[in-house]
Write a protein that binds this ligand. Structure first.
Ligand code: UDP
Length: 316
């Protein structure tokens, strides 16, 4: 039985990953500082003898000398623009000091380590769709830089530990992902639109809504991450995302159609450095991991809408 560490394990993606790993009979140590993660996401696991939760910030040293760690999934970092910009220096610390701490554990335990990288390493891309060999267009001094540059240097650290200390690394570049357990206050587009629609409020479109994103359902993403982690002789980085591209206006129309919201749309200013388009080229994931997303947007939105309906009715 493998013992795996999941940092950010109480977050949206992390908690789904914990569920998936436990279902695969792995022992899970979940680390989270609960800044954006929540105990609500993992409370169903507290009775499980193979699951342990430690409230800890990866920026601080972590000693796990009483266990042998086989694998580490490093997901710890706020991922929504409003959250990673709240304390940008802390975001950089999570991706530098925090990542060095986790790589140190991997080195000591001879554990394979996974990094949750991001499509944000491509910035506002000048190549479309984005392939892994595209080096990106990031504004180093903009409001998104703490996350984008943080995630870029995290990839650098992973490869330096790999070259210099033979640490066994895996890197996925995650494209926009959505699904149940996104936080109500997350601020990202899918959860914002669904919550606004369910509450009968107008949907807030930033800019004209002509910018595009490609949305991946959480279950597809988790399967991709797990497949990479358990594939030999391939470090990545590899894009994992759904290549079906939508404008933000199209997404709003779809949410309106599925919820029957009649409050219309309102247009607000486009945030600075908001990428104009984004779509993964997933040929590498197809070829090496035999991975392909299965759930398309409409179906995934239905499940996510059902989730938010139950959360919002519970909150009343
Ligand atoms: N967006 C929007 N309305 C919202 C939230 C986001 O129009 O209420 C837009 C945002 O400007 C961006 C896209 O939706 O162009 C995706 O934003 P999100 O924060 O989900 O993720 P990003 O891909 O920008 O990191």
């Amino acid at each position: 039985m493998k013992t795996v560490l999941v940092t950010g394990g109480a977050g949206f993606l992390g908690s789904h990953l914990c569920d998936y790993l436990l279902a695969k009979n792995e022992k899970v140590i979940c680390i989270d500082n609960l800044f954006t993660g929540s105990k609500e996401n993992i409370k169903h696991l507290f009775e499980n003898g193979d699951f342990k939760f430690i409230n800890h910030d990866i920026i601080d040293p972590l000693y796990l000398d009483d266990v042998i760690i086989d694998q580490i999934y490093n997901l710890a970092c706020p991922a929504s623009p409003i959250h990673y910009q709240l304390n940008p220096v802390r975001t950089v610390k999570a991706n530098t000091i925090g990542v060095i701490n986790m790589l140190g554990i991997a080195k000591k335990h001879k554990a394979r380590i996974f990094q949750a990288s991001t499509s944000e390493v491509y910035g506002d891309p000048l190549e479309h769709p984005q392939k892994e060999n595209y080096r990106g267009n990031v504004n180093t001094i903009g409001p998104r830089a703490c996350y984008d540059e943080g995630k870029r240097v995290a990839e650098t650290l992973f490869f330096d530990y790999h070259r210099n200390h033979k640490v066994d690394i895996r890197i996925v570049r995650i494209f926009n992902t959505y699904g149940p357990r996104m936080a109500i206050n997350d601020g990202r587009v899918v959860s914002n639109f669904i919550i606004q629609a369910l509450q009968g409020n107008p949907i807030t479109i930033y800019g004209q809504g002509e910018q595009t994103r490609s949305f991946c359902y959480v279950d597809d993403l988790i399967r991709g991450i797990y497949t990479l982690m358990n594939t030999d002789n391939f470090t990545g980085p590899v894009n994992i995302g759904n290549p079906n591209e939508f404008t933000i206006k199209e997404l709003a129309d779809l949410v309106v159609e599925l919820t029957g919201n009649k409050s219309g749309l309102i247009f607000k200013d486009l945030p600075q450095d908001d990428p104009q388009k984004r779509k993964p080229d997933i040929s590498l994931a197809r070829e090496v991991l035999n991975w392909e997303p299965q759930k398309q947007l409409k179906e995934g939105l239905r499940s996510t809408i059902d989730y938010f309906k139950s959360v919002l009715s519970y909150e009343k």
